[in-house]
Design a protein around this ligand. Structure first.
Ligand SMILES: [Zn+2]
Length: 190
């Protein structure tokens, strides 16, 4: 007997360990079985095993692809990016990626970048992993990073910058960003 459940996210509680054995893409912690992946729950009643079938929406995105999208929620070590372009072509699927900012947010050698990206920025990213059904993104390469951003002081589009800073022509506000090498060129190359 196999039953299929609803969609789950990494960390979601699936069952208590007394009821089920942890199957694929799950882990056990303090008596609970949790999901390691984005996907749907599979319950095998014969083996008393619960597992997660990773979502298959990733088939058109591969490791080493580049993607362009908008930052939705930026935190210290990661940001959610809603993806609009894959390898320069528009995508109409509901793709979101997780941009890894570790190592860009300071702590390393050289210039300390406290704000590599901000919510609302348009960023070009490299896909470096699809582990656990999540599109993992990086902007460490020179061509990757913010390609368009608005001044967070006055809302004017920012036009000029070097690799770590950008200055607003309108109000003179200087902001930190990890800019793509072609930042400021128009139209934007997705
Ligand atoms: Zn401004």
């Amino acid at each position: 007997m196999k039953a299929k459940g609803g969609p789950v996210l990494p960390g979601d509680k699936l069952a208590v360990s007394e009821e089920f054995l942890p199957g694929k893409h799950t882990y056990e912690e303090s008596g609970l079985i949790r999901s390691l992946a984005v996907g749907s729950v599979q319950k095998d009643g014969d083996k008393m095993e619960i597992s997660v079938e990773p979502a298959m929406v990733r088939e058109s995105i591969k490791v080493d692809d580049w993607v362009t999208g908008q930052v939705e929620n930026a935190q210290a070590n990661s940001a959610n990016v809603k993806l609009y372009y894959v390898n320069g072509k528009p995508t109409y699927k509901d793709f979101s990626g997780m941009l890894n900012l570790r190592g860009l947010s300071g702590g390393g050698r050289g210039a300390r970048r406290t704000t590599p990206v901000k919510s609302g920025d348009i960023v070009r990213c490299r896909v470096f992993s699809l582990l656990n059904g999540i599109i993992h993104l990086t902007i460490e390469e020179p061509d990757m990073g913010v390609v368009a951003a608005l001044c967070s002081n006055c809302g004017t589009p920012l036009l000029k910058g070097n690799s770590t800073r950008v200055k607003c022509d309108e109000c003179g506000n200087v902001e930190e960003r990890k800019l793509a090498a072609d930042f400021g060129t128009a139209p934007i190359q997705p």
